[in-house]
Design a protein around this ligand. Sequence first.
Ligand code: EPZ
Length: 456
Amino acid sequence: MNTLGQDAKNHATAVGLNVDRITINGGKPLVGRIELKGAKNLVTKAMVAAILGDTPSVLKDVPNISDVRIVRGLLEVHGVTVTDGPVEGELILDPSAVETAHMADIDAHAGSSRIPILFCGPLLHRLGEAFIPDLGGCRIGDRPIDYHLEVLRNFGAIVEKLPSGIRMSAPDGLHGAKVALPYPSVGATEQVLLTAVLADGITELSGAAIEPEIMDLINILQKMGAIITVDTDRVIRIEGVDKLDGYTHRALFDRNEAASWAAAALATEGDIFVGGARQAEMLTFLNVFRKVGGDFDIAEDGIRFFHPGGDLKPVIIETDVHPGFMTDWQQPLVVALSKAKGVSIVHETVYEQRFGFVDALVEMGASIEVHKECLGSAACRFGQRNFKHSAVISGPSRLTGADIEVPDLRGGFSHLIAALTADGRSTVSNVGIIARGYENFITKLELLGADFELDA
Ligand code: EPZ
């Protein structure tokens, strides 16, 4: 039972931002049903893709999260009209009046997002210039954009580094390019896709990322009139076309949110039906979920994730690009691993510093050590470079409530799960970060029976 008054709950639910701290009384299983919207890591890029169309686009199942609000603001400062459609979660994006924005306005709206870098290709096609402020994003490593800048230069863009950011221009337009990514970067693959579709000639991208969110972006671009093939060897070829029209598209569901609530069900010994989740895009997660001791039922309208009883079992996880175990899935699952009987290992091979969140779990009683060695056989760029990117989790541990602070988006959700699992009260502060990627997470916690109070 939580003590939130209805009007405060509505306010917190609606805004999801003014909530800075939440006090959780742990130990209660989460039980109930929640509904997913479109994937944060697809929807934000689909909104940018609308700039490329000569006519308005309609995007459906858009989640009410701050990353979407940031991209909406950035589109509007560039003259794109964004209006709410007649159905909840529907956006209508009209790029007909797209214009150069003032650098100060872009900077003011960019906030903590990395999405501005993906505006470059579309703005260079439409306006011949683009400006990118210094980028934000979760502090989970250096988060460079060298691949992006190299890609844009390959297409013929002139890139100037300014004190306040990066200015780009393409006086002679953009031409097709032959790009080989040194690492299957999701963002750099999206950069190529959003630039190549209107470039003059053929683009060949090798070493591409092929995450489901990338494939859904390709679906969108094809609807607009683009010609894109994806070969078995991760080579994507794009034939530039002269014009693109707006799209109408229902966004792919959010796999990361689904995995997060599944991990919460396991750690709290609960039972959560995640409406909208689909098996195909979560295959690898479902295998690991089952190996840890969780169980699931695949329904036509979602997936039921539950703790079937018995001890949780230790596993060895090596994160990787799709179809491997997603880097965004490991943080929420680590809390359940701290309850497993035995020693688990998580070798994080995508980001060099994505275990900052474990400090709070250790403070609550978890037994987790992070190491700079590669503890696994997967190829990894971080071995012997002093990055603590392997975690050893020994269990079972009992967590005790504590005052903890959210470090980043997925680590923050892990903190929520830890507080929900721990004995006693925890205060989790800086929870506004969680609203970046989890729509109405406070309402969902309430729907699932969590016992909490909000300290706005
Ligand atoms: C996207 O980030 C997602 N974010 C991340 O989700 C996700 O973890 C990541 O892809 C991997 O799946 C969005 O889509 C908004 P990358 P992105 O480029 O595109 C290095 C979440 O919690 N790299 O695939 O930024 C980079 O440092 C977020 O929802 C370069 O070196 O990820 C990293 O080590 C977290 N140079 C690796 O590639 C570059 O120019 C993977 O990064 C670009 C990337």
